[in-house]
Design a protein around this ligand. Structure first.
Ligand code: URA
Length: 274
């Protein structure tokens, strides 16, 4: 394999080769300990690519795959293993931002302009988790800056905070093309970054915005209308699902219920409730 081969391609080739051998009846393999060790090394450790616009980034997909008429599904990888977390909060969050910027573990990396790791205070007691960046967020690399973001900013203000005092992020750190829902494998690949962010922030409360965030944190298929307004727990942190601001822009009649949920959060945080 040439030096140009990305770790992602290497894994795909290994998988294809192993499947072929399996079909040929091979059931056991001799492997050197060093080779197994190399395979265990997380993919980010060998990535050197820095974030760049999708247009400027050379494709790391195999040329053959690009030429076939049927779109090839990338082999799904095991969830990313993150390196040890630095003790210093700022360093730890910077590490997450860099890992996300280099991440190519799901197809969303190929179409993103920017990764959108999250923004806000490292001292935040309150974390908002949305679904995935949209067009505006992809362009700016900042979560919730479009129309839904304006409404979220108002919701945060009504709770007595500024955007700078809370932390805002998403389940998926890259934009799904055309704003489609993130796929289960994309969510699975991205969730370790969110988990690490929450380990760093140690918030008192999480607010999950919308179906995708709530169902992912709960590993549930229950509709958001039944999850919202009740306390749940994620990684030991109380979390309140509520409606996504983009949904509230489409159906303003649900704003009242969302406000009830946010008041519940304020009570939990000891904030004065109007
Ligand atoms: N919708 C989301 O879920 N997240 C964003 O960052 C923007 C819109």
């Amino acid at each position: 394999m040439s030096d140009q081969t990305s770790p992602y391609e290497t894994l795909e080739r290994i998988e294809t080769r192993l499947k072929h051998m399996l079909r040929m009846g091979v059931r056991y393999l001799d492997a050197e300990a060093e080779a197994l060790q190399r395979l265990r090394r997380p993919i980010y450790a060998t990535q050197t690519q820095t974030p760049a616009s999708a247009a400027a980034r050379p494709s790391t997909r195999p040329a053959a795959a690009a030429q076939t008429s049927a779109p090839q599904q990338p082999a799904s990888l095991p969830p990313v293993q993150l390196p040890p977390m630095p003790d210093d909060r700022e360093q730890a969050m910077r590490q997450v931002i860099e890992l996300v910027a280099q991440c190519e573990r799901c197809p969303l990396h190929a179409t993103r302009k920017n990764t959108v790791p999250g923004a806000g205070s490292l001292e935040a007691e309150l974390v908002f988790v949305g679904e995935a960046p949209g067009r505006d967020e992809d362009i700016q690399g900042v979560p919730f800056v479009g129309a839904a973001g304006d409404l979220l900013t108002k919701m945060i203000a009504a709770m007595g905070y500024t955007r700078e005092q809370v932390f805002i992020c998403n389940i998926c750190k890259c934009r799904p093309p055309g704003n489609r829902d993130p796929q289960p494998d994309e969510i699975e690949q991205c969730e370790p970054y969110l988990k690490r962010q929450l380990q760093i922030l140690k918030p008192k409360v999480i607010v999950a915005l919308g179906r995708c965030a709530a169902q992912t944190l709960l590993q549930s298929r229950t509709p958001i209308s039944r999850l919202r307004g009740k306390w749940h727990e994620y990684e030991g942190v109380p979390f309140m699902p509520t409606f996504h601001p983009a949904y509230l822009l489409r159906d303003a009649t649900q704003k009242r219920l969302c406000w009830e949920d946010l008041k519940e959060v304020m009570r939990k945080l000891g904030k004065p409730v109007p």
